[in-house]
Design a protein around this ligand. Sequence first.
Ligand code: BES
Ligand code: MN
Ligand code: ZN
Length: 513
Amino acid sequence: MTALTLSTAAVPGLRADAIVIGVAKGSAAKPAGPIVAPGAEAVDQAYDGKLAGVLETLGASGAEGEVTKLPAPAGFKAPLVVAVGLGAQPGKDSGYDTEALRKAAGAAARALAGAKKAAFALPLTEAADAGAVAEGVVLGAYSFDAYKDNGGSAKNGRNGKAPLAEAALLGGKPRDKAYKAAVERATAVAEELNRARDLINMPPNDLNPEAFAAIAQAAAKEHGLKVQVLDEKALAKGGYGGILGVGAGSASGPRLVKLSYTSSKARKHLALVGKGITYDSGGISLKPAGHNETMKCDMSGAAAVFAAVVAAARLGLEVNVTGWLALAENMPSGSATRPGDVLRMFSGKTVEVLNTDAEGRLVLADALWAASQEKPDAIVDVATLTGAMVLALGNRTFGIMANDDAFRSAVHEAAEEAGEPAWQMPLPEHLRKGMDSPTADIANMGERMGGGLVAGLFLREFVGEGITWAHLDIAGPAFNDGGPFGYTPKGGTGSGVRTLVRLAERAAAGDLS
Ligand code: BES
Ligand code: MN
Ligand code: ZN
């Protein structure tokens, strides 16, 4: 992954493949051309103060995500200047928005695939800005090439080019503790998020529940976490009917992984639960072609939880974080659960399975109940749970539901602080009766309208009495079918990771609502 340093080097003499600068959109009051952002003064001077005009000639407007490449001025050691759009200029007394910086850094890092070293001269006004740029660089430079024909030596990724190897952040304060801490934090979070992306992008013939559990065990060893893996036998002994029922059709058996990070200074305990369907074919209620090509992404929730627990450990947060990965492959076969079957869940409740494609709520129900037994201060589950949430919120925003209004707001705030688009959704009581079953305590399907909320209401039934809980439905943003944008690549995005890390940080500060 891209190596980062804070540097005070002067731009003209800097040895690098490129200098990245920021361009903002002109305001309506002035002629509306692009405006060179602070940090690019040396480059502008070398262009005799005419850089804005040069950029305008090249078609630059300063719009977010826009990348304009131009030759570096004479006398510069670096051959290339990359001007990246920051969007609107900030108000007089404030710096650029951290998310604009993160996106710009990401777009530039991606455009620099194939380069060895780039210097980022973006406008930094405080430590958090340096953190945002660092995060954007590491996330934007990401590429998944483990399955390219070169065997993953990273030469063949992204149009045959390796990701940017090294980035120097200019304009910060390398000796300032806050700057250093912000860059270190950003690097740790972004690296773990990239590992979540790797898991999501891994083909499902290689990443089955057993393989995922083994990866979690290896990471636990590396980071000093406690790990416990329940295999089919242990799940049967423990009565985990939901996870077993979903995994019953697959040749690769299900797993429940518990990953614990503990701090001696912890005052709070946060439990994270992730949906880990390594492939969702729909089961006997088989998905049609056109709906199954990207269903390797159905373990994105578990990947996010996994990454967040490891990140919490790397950051040494003063909070206890327990991750629960509910892993199964949802396949049709002679041993698969049928529509009409009744499962006895870990909580003791019975569920009539009306649609085997509503499998996420079944594995989550058992994991939520397991997490509840430890009486954590809060539980947050993350899941690619419903197509309905994608219809409601689109491809970039996840939905937040909760059994507590204040906690739902806190999770939303954490998402905003992290730069993840999210929106609060209700759990309307009247939708519960649609899941009444003539045979069992509850059915795994209800009304079609409001399907994302119905799924949330189902999950709520498996949260222990009195425990604060929130549910993130990341079905929209988890996987990017389209082209890359900002710091988001094609494929697995790592949606949810940064929100969970922010929440863990808030919990460490004793602030969970
Ligand atoms: N994994 C899917 C949801 C999904 C859809 C994730 C699109 C990512 C993109 C989930 O298991 C599912 O199939 N849900 C069904 C539930 C229905 C049968 C009640 C759905 O949303 O159609
Ligand atoms: Mn499904
Ligand atoms: Zn699913």
